[in-house]
Design a protein around this ligand. Structure first.
Ligand SMILES: [Fe+2]
Ligand SMILES: [Fe+2]
Length: 335
């Protein structure tokens, strides 16, 4: 996962010293530090509010997907019965909410048309136009710190998504993954480009406890999909939507950089995605989504479902992001 919004140490310190988190999350973190017998006390525990839910889910997803140096020994409790039960409780409630919002066109004439319609729906949220044309430099930096890049953590998500996939689609995901790896050029690895960009603009690392629940939910969707193999069709759809929408959004970031005179090293990460993601989106659709629906016709609706989940989590964040990072109280919250 891109590192901008993940800082395991500060997260734990926030809980231990700040008391800003809601009830379940500090209990979960304490139990993971104490060991398996302590996790049993999470039996029947539930989240206090959306913030508490997504802080807790992200902590659970970290156990299976984050660098071990961040999670430490707690990673061994990913399979502890009470942790697994808690994860399922939180995820079931969340998925029920996502499914309660009707998909705009549940039975499109073709799957391709359905995916493209979802991609077009919010391809360029107003937030990105505001970023390109109006935001000042501080607002741009804070926006990008929460946005996390067009495909934060995408390399690991694509890697997990390949497991058990029919070869016809696996090949496309492998090609995409290799692009994430800079096609073998270490300096072009997307995570490296993101780190260079973050350093160039002095991007802050915003602790999860200081982010809005909508930002946490958007990141948590990757964890939901990556840790539930049975959601593989939804994962293919959600990742496809990311690719289909990233190009125009990255061009808006570049426009903001041009307007505000960003340093040179800020550019390559967004320039790369502005250029290659339209191709990635098209190829993902033609070489993964469509062959998979031919292979497994019952996957078609589920791939659309995953894309719709991603669309919902995007909208929830981008609807509030400009006001969150623009002046006054909003800026104070994420500074
Ligand atoms: Fe990327
Ligand atoms: Fe891509």
């Amino acid at each position: 996962m891109h590192a901008v919004i993940t800082d395991g140490t500060s997260r734990i310190q926030d809980v231990m010293t700040g008391g800003q988190a809601a009830p379940l999350y500090p209990r979960l973190m304490g139990a993971l530090r104490a060991g398996e017998s302590a996790t049993a006390a999470l039996d029947q525990a539930d989240a206090h509010d959306p913030m508490d839910r997504f802080l807790s889910l992200l902590a659970i997803y970290d156990l299976s997907t984050a660098p071990l140096a961040e999670t430490g020994d707690g990673a061994r409790w990913a399979g502890a019965p009470a942790v697994v039960a808690l994860k399922q409780r939180l995820e079931s409630a969340w998925m029920a909410e996502l499914d309660a919002v009707p998909i705009p066109d549940p039975t499109p004439i073709t799957l391709e048309r359905g995916m493209r319609a979802l991609a077009a729906r919010d391809r360029l949220p107003r937030a990105y136009r505001w970023l390109a044309d109006e935001a000042d430099w501080t607002e741009v930096v804070q926006f990008l710190a929460i946005e996390g890049g067009p495909d934060g953590g995408f390399d690991d998500l694509v890697a997990v998504c390949q497991v058990g996939l029919p070869v016809v689609a696996k090949r496309e995901l492998a090609r995409n993954y290799w692009d994430e790896m800079g096609a073998g050029d270490g300096s072009r690895v997307h995570t490296t480009l993101h780190a260079s960009m973050a350093a160039a603009i002095d991007m802050p690392r915003i602790a999860r406890t200081q982010q809005p629940a909508a930002a946490l939910a958007r990141v948590a969707l990757g964890g939901l999909l990556a840790t539930n193999h049975w959601l593989q069709p939804e994962m293919v759809g959600a990742l496809g939507l990311i690719e289909l929408q990233a190009g125009p959004r990255c061009r808006m970031v570049l426009r903001a950089f041009d307007r505000l005179g960003a340093p040179r090293d800020a550019y390559p990460f967004y320039a790369e995605h502005a250029e290659v993601d339209p191709r990635h989106g098209r190829d993902w659709l033609h070489n993964a989504v469509l062959p998979l629906s031919a292979h497994h016709p019952e996957w078609a609706a589920r791939m659309l479902r995953g894309a719709w989940w991603r669309s919902q989590t995007n909208r929830a964040l981008f609807d509030i992001l400009p006001s969150l990072v623009s002046g006054g109280a909003g800026r104070a919250r994420v500074a």
